[in-house]
Design a protein around this ligand. Sequence first.
Ligand code: SF4
Ligand SMILES: [Zn+2]
Ligand SMILES: [Zn+2]
Length: 322
Amino acid sequence: MKCSHCSRDAVYFQRHSGRHLCKKHFLNDFLKRVKRSIKKYRMIEREERIALAVSGGKDSIVLAHVLSKLYGERRDIELVAITVDEGIKGYRPPTVKIAKSVCKDLSIEHHLISFKREIGMNLDEMVERGERNPCSYCGVFRKYLLNKKARELSASKLATGHNLDDETQTILLNFLQSDIERLARLVPSKVQEGLIVRIKPLREVYEKEVVLYALINNLPLMVDECPYSRTPVRAVVRDFLYEFEKRYPGRKYSVMRSFEALIPCLQSMYPQIRLKRCKVCGEPTPKQVCQACELKMELGILGLHVSDGDYAYKSRQKSSKN
Ligand code: SF4
Ligand SMILES: [Zn+2]
Ligand SMILES: [Zn+2]
């Protein structure tokens, strides 16, 4: 099959537009759509230092590659990468290696931080000790560390590799579970002290396109799945969306557009809460104590006592030694 734009062989059939695309026109189209969403949501403007969350998985590697292609030559835009090593035996070490080497190839300054060093325990230990689902610990601490590190690096934004499939799955999942408050959290946040604004430059490209972009550019593709990944409900939503999109191409965009139309409504239902500082660690939080500190206490990493109506903490490990 020939490309719909030139005489080269097509490598991809873009179902939602009905076009066959050769490598060159696929890459042009991919970059064009990323640029369009960056512009539409004003994700990256002049004089910005963008921190990239690079786990070493395909999405984050493509994110780093695309942003370095689009902004690598710009003097007023700086890119810096952060990798969080959660401490998942057998799974995380190879992706950390990939993240380091890709950032080196792209000349992006790279910072590696770990749960063990920053939180005091790696994820495998948390799972052994705690009662929660591994993803709850992982999600809260990763978000916490990424925000903290991005702020320390004076980043103005924090970019993650979420693609159209991730976003539409989350939107639909929240609808189906009637969790409108969580749905409202997907609305792009405004600037708040201490909280780095998150951006998702790949939110309008399909996951299969991210994979094809990686293959064409010879980027390493990590195919192993996290051993803790067991999200049956999300898998059902993912399969449903896949079938729906197959029969009615472009419907993932419809889900995204419907969500965008609801943004003003979600904003008035759940106005952005003015954040305070966590009484324990000082990080931004809507509550007295942030979720990360609550989990640390639960895991026995922090002991808690309340004095003068205020929170203070002491390390249980330290006190048990005394
Ligand atoms: S599947 Fe869960 S535990 Fe594994 S990396 Fe993702 S959030 Fe973390
Ligand atoms: Zn072509
Ligand atoms: Zn805290």
